[in-house]
Design a protein around this ligand. Structure first.
Ligand code: C2E
Ligand code: CA
Ligand code: CA
Length: 647
């Protein structure tokens, strides 16, 4: 019991270590009051010293206060330096402990000094000693409000000697003053206790607020699904790293990852499954992160990397491949197994990207290339892409001003039945003969027309021209016509296409509409309903570029297809590349199993044709038979033997 009480008392006189933040705040607060406190001490000391000058010996009235003044000034400047920045807890604590000790030592020193002066003065000068001790004690305690322990030490170091000395002086006025002083000190100490508690509470709530703010900030920067940093934090991080790269003249890379086929999985298996897949993707990517590689989820199925440690494009490509490998490991959840893949684009500072935003945009461009042109292969943004972008911008501008009705013409490429050796159809292929740019390839201007929204109008122009031409062909020959993503994803565009077909009078059963796998997968439900409507007119539906997209068999089954076209990337060198051979073989047997006709595109050589024939291919198209030809060449082509170049 006694020990507890003793501990409690000792605690009042020591600087607590329990709350580091409080100690630091006390330090900062105290640091602003210290100069005031030392000023009070200096003024009071010198007022008393001057009063005793001549009456007391010099060592008491001049030298002792001078030494004290020097100590005060040194301490004061010390504190003035320290208050500029918040110190570490240990340092703040040590300083406050020292202050505690010094408070006791200084008070006792000044008390002793003033009491030593006392005998040399007359009664008025002695009253000054009492006044000095009282006013200095009160002043200093007020300055020490935030450091309760020091205030206590001072209160005792002043009041005990004061009470003993003046209380026993036998002079009534001094005895009354001693009592008065004791009462005022008690009041002051009480105020100090209340104040220091209030101060501790304020600091406490400040700390809690800061913690809550930090937590909020953390949450605001995190993606709640994957736990990765979010889009906002990605851009913050990118800017930070960009500044460092600029300053230190270092490489900085941004990578953007987009999952292939995620939308299909999400639509097919439901959002809960999609979410768990994204979480798993997040976890797999997280494993590849490090001090120099930070990974964020930008939203949906898009993720991004900021890579501060990369020496070469090769290293980036390697990392990209590592990510692709990690993503292509099958996902298993709720007894469902799916396999997806990722497309990845990188851009590098300082090579070809001068600002952080440019770095991001160029990585995004590289991603677009990866996804749409390179089948998901890792793409690093290069000079070639800059030229491409410039050319596209120009094409875009010229196209917006062009008279499409006049400048766009249609070429036709025959599709041949190798069993009957006859042309069974012509595929309509757009050609733009621009007075400004010359001949522009559809591979260049179709994507631009899609981007600018001109494609729907372009499709209508092309369809009208193609139908007019097809009407002049012999009965058995069909027209194969390409629709773009935007055509089948817009009900309005589908209505326009229907109107043109119906009003034209050309037999719809002689029209095959080609849609690419990627176009069908963009918004599968919309594409499905568009395709159904067009099929109900009597048109055939052809899946173009088969094998290059990311669709699944179940989706293909859900579309009312009549034909598929095997992409020419599988056909080139089919006679020498075993992988191509295997793919074409299985695609041909797949189409047979599905009861669909199959056109093999891009046949360029006799060798390729022979392989396709041996695999049971029947419908073929390619330069080996004919490049796309103009409408006036069609008659001539049909009049010649059906397979003019065949050996
Ligand atoms: P696609 O629909 O896959 O058309 C086949 C492309 O392959 C055509 O290129 C054709 O000229 C080319 N080709 C045919 N046989 C061979 C061959 O043996 N070897 C090689 N290397 N190429 C061959 P083109 O005409 O340049 O068209 C490129 C793409 O532009 C088309 O690919 C299609 O996606 C798009 N396109 C063309 N015309 C239209 C159109 O009227 N509407 C829409 N939406 N897209 C079109
Ligand atoms: Ca086509
Ligand atoms: Ca094609």
């Amino acid at each position: 019991m006694l020990r507890v009480a003793l501990n409690l008392i000792v605690k009042q006189f020591t600087v607590s270590k329990d709350n580091p933040e409080l100690v630091k705040a006390q330090f900062m607060h105290f640091a602003t009051q210290v100069p005031i406190m030392y000023s009070v001490l200096l003024i009071n000391t010198w007022a008393l010293a001057i009063n005793y000058y001549g009456a007391a010996p010099n060592w008491l009235s001049i030298y002792a206060p001078s030494v004290f003044a020097v100590i005060c000034i040194v301490r004061m400047t010390n504190w003035l330096k320290q208050r500029k920045s918040t110190p570490q807890f240990e340092k703040a604590h040590a300083t406050l402990v020292r202050t505690n000790k010094l408070a006791g030592i200084f008070t006792l020193m000044l008390t002793a000094w003033s009491l030593l002066l006392y005998p040399y003065g007359d009664i008025y000068m002695q009253a000054h000693v009492a006044f000095f001790m009282a006013i200095t004690g009160v002043g200093v305690i007020i300055c020490m409000q935030q450091l309760r322990s020091a205030a206590f030490i001072i209160a005792l170091s002043v009041n005990i000697p004061f009470a003993i000395f003046f209380g026993t002086s036998g002079i009534a006025s001094f005895v009354i003053i001693a009592g008065n002083m004791a009462l005022v000190t008690i009041a002051l100490v009480t105020v100090t206790v209340v104040q220091s508690r209030a101060f501790a509470d304020t600091i406490d709530s400040q700390i809690k607020l800061e913690l809550a703010n930090k937590e909020n900030e953390k949450l605001a920067n995190l993606d709640s699904l994957t736990g990765l940093t979010n889009r906002r934090q990605f851009f913050t991080k990118l800017q930070e790293e960009f500044r460092i790269a600029e300053r230190e003249d270092k490489r900085l890379a941004v990578g953007i990852i987009d999952l292939n086929g995620f939308k299909l999985v999400n639509d097919h298996y439901g959002h809960a499954f999609g979410d768990s897949l994204l979480m798993e993707v997040g976890a797999r990517l997280e494993e590849l992160s490090s001090k120099n590689v930070s990974i964020s989820r930008l939203g949906g199925d898009e993720f991004a990397l900021v890579i501060s440690d990369n020496n070469s494009d090769e290293q980036l490509k390697e990392m990209g491949q590592q990510i692709r490998d990690a993503l292509s490991v099958p996902f298993v959840a709720a007894e469902i197994t799916v396999q997806i893949s990722g497309s990845i684009g990188f851009a590098v500072y300082p090579y070809l990207a001068k600002t952080s935003l440019e770095l991001y945009e160029r990585a995004d461009y590289a991603l677009y290339q990866s996804k749409n042109i390179h089948n998901g292969e890792v793409v690093v943004f290069t000079e070639r892409h800059i030229l491409e972008i410039e050319a596209n911008t120009k094409t875009e501008y010229v196209m917006s001003k062009a008279d499409l009705d006049k400048e766009i013409v249609v070429y036709f490429q025959p599709i041949i039945d190798i069993h009957s050796s006859r042309t069974v159809a012509f595929e309509a292929l757009a050609r733009w003969e621009s007075p400004v740019l010359g001949k522009v390839s559809p591979a260049d201007f179709i994507p631009i027309a899609e981007k600018t929204g001109l494609i729907n109008k372009l499709t209508q122009v092309l369809l009208k021209k193609s139908l007019a031409m097809a009407a002049t062909w012999p009965e058995g020959i069909k027209l194969s016509f390409n629709l773009s993503t935007h055509d089948i994803n817009s009900p309005q565009a589908v209505r326009e296409i229907m109107n043109i077909i119906q009003s034209h009078g050309f037999d719809p059963s002689r029209i095959d509409l080609e849609i690419t796998e990627t176009a069908a997968m963009r918004d599968f439900d919309q594409a499905k309903s568009s395709v159904k409507i067009l099929k109900s007119l009597g048109c055939g539906i052809v899946l173009d570029d088969f094998g290059t997209g990311f669709s699944s068999l179940s989706h293909l089954h859900a579309l009312p297809l009549t034909k598929i076209k095997i992409d020419r990337s599988f056909v080139s060198n089919i006679d020498t590349v075993p992988a191509s051979f295997k793919i074409v073989k299985s695609l041909l047997s797949l189409s047979r199993d599905m009861g669909l006709l199959c056109v093999v595109e891009g046949v360029e050589t006799q060798e390729e044709l022979s392989v396709i024939e041996s695999l049971g291919g029947q419908l073929v198209q390619g330069y080996f038979f004919s490049a796309p030809i103009s409408e006036i060449e069609i008659d001539g082509f049909l009049q010649e033997t059906a397979l003019p170049k065949r050996a």
